[in-house]
Design a protein around this ligand. Sequence first.
Ligand code: GUN
Length: 288
Amino acid sequence: MYHLIDGKKTAAEIKSEITATVSSMKAKGIRVPHLAAVLVGNDGGSETYVSHKVKDCAEVGFVSTLVRFDASVSETELLAKVRDLNDNPEIDGLIVQLPLPEHISENKIIESISPLKDVDGFHPVNVGRMVAGLPSLVSATPAGIMELLKRYNIPLKGAECVVVGRSNIVGRPISILLSQKGVDATVTVVHSRTRDIAGILRRADIIIAAIGIPGFIKADMVKEGAVIIDVGTTRVDAPGTKAGWRLIGDVDFDNVAPKCSLITPVPGGVGPMTRVSLLLNTLKACRR
Ligand code: GUN
């Protein structure tokens, strides 16, 4: 019988640890962490994500500032605001919610953020430092997955890990973190051009599914006793629910879970860990 990896519960535990840290900072008269989030336009998904970030900050006692721009804001104006926030000594962490409107270069904006305040871990300096095994701000989803694996005592040394997907924000960084010296997993990255995904997956002790195709991983692709981390969050219509949609992971959960030793649910697995990792990064940026 499989067990669930409860990301919601683990994230709640980490949040209370952060809350305790913030309380002791306050008691010592130390300035508490401050996150600034920049939101351009009113994309529905982005609105939701940013409101979660602001709410999460309040819950643990961080200060947050939300800076809003109309979708018509110029790149120059946005760059000037980032510079302003970079230079503000009261602000520890700075994120610009993506995607941005077409007329603004996301790369240019990301590169304008001070690497010391880049709590998304998207700046090439942080990516490079992470790859080199140097202290860095690691992006929230891969950092959250590593924390989940650690807190569930999942053995990684020599483990066969297969990462499905090679995105800049999940697949690529998690493959690097898992193969780092001291973590020592054996990592294979499979993607849309891989010849025999099923055959490779069947060898895996641990599968990290981050391909963004709902239900992609089927029972016959999974070894008995495998550990699965499902990063997929595809919204599908769900008439009759309050939101009108629900989230579906990359794993065909009902059929795959019985073969696993441990598996993350969607929702309630990786998602809450991503949210809490942004808080951990902001705390780290503040304490530097
Ligand atoms: N858009 C979707 N995910 C993210 C994220 O983690 N950070 C930012 N800045 N934008 C996003």
